[in-house]
Design a protein around this ligand. Structure first.
Ligand SMILES: [Zn+2]
Length: 479
């Protein structure tokens, strides 16, 4: 593609350095910026607005279902973090600690929350007394810190990120089972109806499940780079934490029991995923349902008719009150303005030229298809209303087709290795043995079992050891 270096426009990474292109888009579209701390990023207004839309949508889903929002402190005393053994083992390598207040050393180190199970559940043990206190279903919107040492990637792998974490407590095991499946549906809903991103659903292997959980469900997204990424997870914690934190309730039968718990999270990583799925060489591509600015109006004017054209732009904006609309009033050339709106992923552009205006017409440009169309101003509101859904559905369908076209059934190790080297998402069969899971990873140069497909039943043998298969699994390289 044509470079436009002096103007700082355009994405300059055509030889697919996918990660490179992604980072350039984030920076040039003014979504994120670097901070002085490696792996910690600034979310600029365009990115933060996306997160607010996700918050609005998800809050509606969970509140309607009876979940209440809360806020717990950022710091977790070391003794609390250590209470559930598997949990602390999983998280301790990436915990950041506060050890000093001013110059004096703290008596007990404080962890900056990597997740809030431990601090929440110590409170739950005080709050829950009888079956009448259940179910308890709470959610918090917060930041967490996981001091990963892998190569950081904005939004996808950062040391501090924003998320929601839901935590619920039930009297019965089957209620906890229902919760983790239901919340995963909510996550799928967000990905499908807000981000226009199709997902794969499954259960994590024992090796990959959340530290301290009985089992973990996830949604995963397969990206154009040929790698999968975890989109959101729900964990069934069984009674592991209620036992460690001494959460008990008196049942209707007057007997004391440990309740069953779940936790579930969706983070700002989801923004990065949507960007990776839809963007192209011109820059960002977004669904109008998630874009901060849905429509940009570009009046094309000369020195002489500037006032008239800006007036016309304002009038058109006033017809589009239901949308977030910007008018580009700058004196830059139309070509520059067009490139800029494409780079920033504004889903719809309305171009107003003098000749068109005299015929009561404007030109509509769609970022997703890069197509232009003339529209009578009288029909504009109707056209836009339809276009908002059309663009969303087109992006979703395109991504779904990509997923279908790139999913390969590989029932022997040669075919599995070939699929992975061709950057496909492989479906294969596995015996359930962790050793075979390791072998699959080493044989394919680092691809792993990203999740177990719970809908498909195995018909043949394990792709590695040839013993009877227990599971159908997805294998791919991943972020
Ligand atoms: Zn095996």
């Amino acid at each position: 593609m044509k470079k436009n270096k002096d103007k700082g426009l355009g994405i300059d990474a055509e030889k697919d350095e996918f990660g490179d292109r992604y980072t350039q888009i984030l920076l040039k579209a003014e979504l994120i910026d670097y901070s002085p701390v490696s792996g910690c990023y600034i979310l600029r207004p365009r990115a933060y607005a996306m997160w607010e839309k996700v918050q609005d949508y998800f809050n509606r889903l969970i509140k309607k279902d009876g979940v209440k929002n809360v806020y717990f402190p950022l710091f977790i005393p070391e003794s609390l973090l250590n209470k559930e053994k598997e949990h602390v083992k999983g998280f301790s390598p990436e915990v950041a600690w506060v050890t000093h207040a001013g110059n004096s050393e703290l008596k007990e180190k404080l962890a900056i929350r990597p997740t809030s199970e431990t601090i929440m559940y110590s409170a739950f043990s005080k709050w829950i007394r009888s079956w009448r206190d259940l179910p308890l279903r709470l959610n918090q919107w917060a930041n967490v810190v996981r001091w990963e040492f892998k190569h950081p990637l904005p939004l996808l792998r950062s040391r501090e990120f924003l998320w929601q974490e839901g935590h619920s407590v039930f009297a019965l095991q089957n209620e906890a089972d229902e919760e983790v499946y239901k919340i995963r549906e909510f996550y799928e809903d967000v990905f499908k109806n807000v981000y226009a991103v199709p997902v794969i659903k499954g259960r994590k292997t024992e090796k990959e499940k959340f530290a301290g959980a009985e089992y973990t469900l996830s949604i995963e997204v397969f990206l154009p780079s040929g790698k999968a990424v975890q989109g959101a997870t729900t964990h069934n914690l069984g009674q592991n934490f209620s036992k460690s934190f001494d959460i008990t309730f008196l049942g209707k039968n007057e007997k004391k029991s440990y309740p069953f718990q779940t936790s579930w999270g969706l983070s700002t990583r989801s923004i990065g995923i949507a960007i990776m799925v839809h963007s192209d060489n011109k820059g960002l591509v977004l669904s109008p349902r998630i874009a901060e600015t849905q429509i940009v109006i570009v009046p094309i004017f000369t020195e002489e008719n500037k006032k008239e054209m800006l007036g016309a732009a304002e009038e058109i904006k006033s017809k589009l009150n239901n949308y977030s609309v910007e008018i580009d009033t700058s004196d830059k050339t139309p070509g520059f303005k067009f490139n800029d709106s494409e780079l920033k992923g504004i889903p719809i552009r309305i171009e107003i030229g003098k000749k068109d205006l005299d015929k009561n017409e404007v030109t509509i440009f769609r970022r997703d298809t890069l197509k232009r169309e003339g529209v009578k101003i009288g029909n504009l509101a109707d056209t836009i209303r339809k276009l908002i859904d059309d663009i969303h559905n087109n992006l979703y369908n395109k991504a779904e087709k990509f997923l279908e076209d790139n999913t390969i059934f590989a029932n022997d190790i040669t075919k599995l290795k070939k699929s992975i080297s061709e950057k496909k998402l492989a479906l294969t069969e596995w015996c359930g043995d962790e050793k075979c899971e390791e072998h699959i990873k080493s044989e394919t140069g680092g691809a792993k079992i990203i999740c177990i497909n719970e809908e498909l039943k195995p018909k043949k043998n394990c792709v590695y050891c040839k013993k009877k298969a227990k599971y159908v699994v997805y294998v791919a390289k991943s972020y």
